[in-house]
Design a protein around this ligand. Structure first.
Ligand code: DUT
Length: 242
């Protein structure tokens, strides 16, 4: 169904246990299916925390988060997890074959589905260069891979599951600009009705997003397209020129 996967934050405030100040304060926005919503901000702004609230790694202190109008706190955990493909900042690969790593989260995935996901994630070329292809062994935590290769496999793993909602936590940071752009374009094309939320520190990764949210010290400092924010948001201008 093309209308599924609307993520809505309503006046969300959150603080880590024991912290004096909330890390997120009064956050409201909507991320829509078929669109990329990007969150940009300097280190410590609260981007990862915001993203992690969607699969309920943390619960709101006040406000609410809805998916298709349903408060995520009233959803079964398994239902929520099935809707979401979360790609963490650090790829979590294990010792085993590439295929085994790709099937983590969807045991029944076919080789073809794995190849398609690798293709979209711009990982096909380096996987095919290995004699055993997707049957090649990854050493512990992917020790025999570059940072960018690990990120692409981590993205491919999420794609294999075909969730409605993709959450990318700085998942493109180790890629060169060209690969970053190519990957996001392929992602957009192959997951046309999915809701994509991308957290990033660099402008290249967010500039094509339909909606960019500027997060500053836990608050939204601006929302718009790249062009709009370039014109009217000083924090965004600072990020661009830094
Ligand atoms: N923080 C904690 N406990 C945690 C995680 C984070 O107190 O378990 C604090 C650190 C920081 C703030 O919350 O002051 C926001 O952290 P977050 O990782 O959400 O920020 P970010 O914008 O994602 O930073 P980066 O771009 O460096 O990942």
């Amino acid at each position: 169904k093309s209308c599924d996967g609307i993520v809505e934050f309503k006046d969300v405030t959150f603080r880590y246990e024991g912290a004096e100040k909330p890390v997120l304060e009064g956050i409201s926005f909507t991320a829509k299916p078929g669109e990329t919503t990007a969150v940009i901000g300097s280190t410590g702004a609260g981007k990862s925390t915001l993203l992690q609230m969607i699969p309920r790694f943390y619960d709101v202190e006040s406000g609410s988060i809805l998916i298709d109008g349903v408060n995520i706190q009233n959803m079964k955990q398994s239902t929520l997890r099935n809707k979401i493909g979360y790609v963490p900042q650090k790829a979590m690969l294990f010792s085993g074959t590439i295929a085994e790593n790709m099937r983590y989260g969807k045991e029944e995935a076919t080789d073809e589905e794995i190849h398609d996901a690798l293709e979209t994630a711009q990982a096909s070329e380096f996987v095919q260069k290995r004699e055993q292809g997707i049957q090649s062994i990854l050493e512990q935590a992917g020790a025999n891979l570059s940072g960018g290769q690990k990120q692409r496999l981590s993205i491919a793993r999420a794609l294999v599951r075909k969730p409605q909602i993709y959450l990318f936590d700085d998942s493109f940071s180790a890629l060169d600009y060209k690969t970053d752009s190519k990957l996001r374009y392929a992602l957009k094309t192959e997951t046309s009705n999915a809701t994509i939320i991308i957290v990033a520190q660099r402008v290249n990764t967010v500039k094509d997003a339909e909606k960019i949210i500027v997060l500053n010290e836990g608050k939204i400092a601006g929302v718009g397209t790249h062009e709009e924010l370039l014109n009217n948001n000083t924090i965004y201008q600072e990020i661009v020129s830094s």
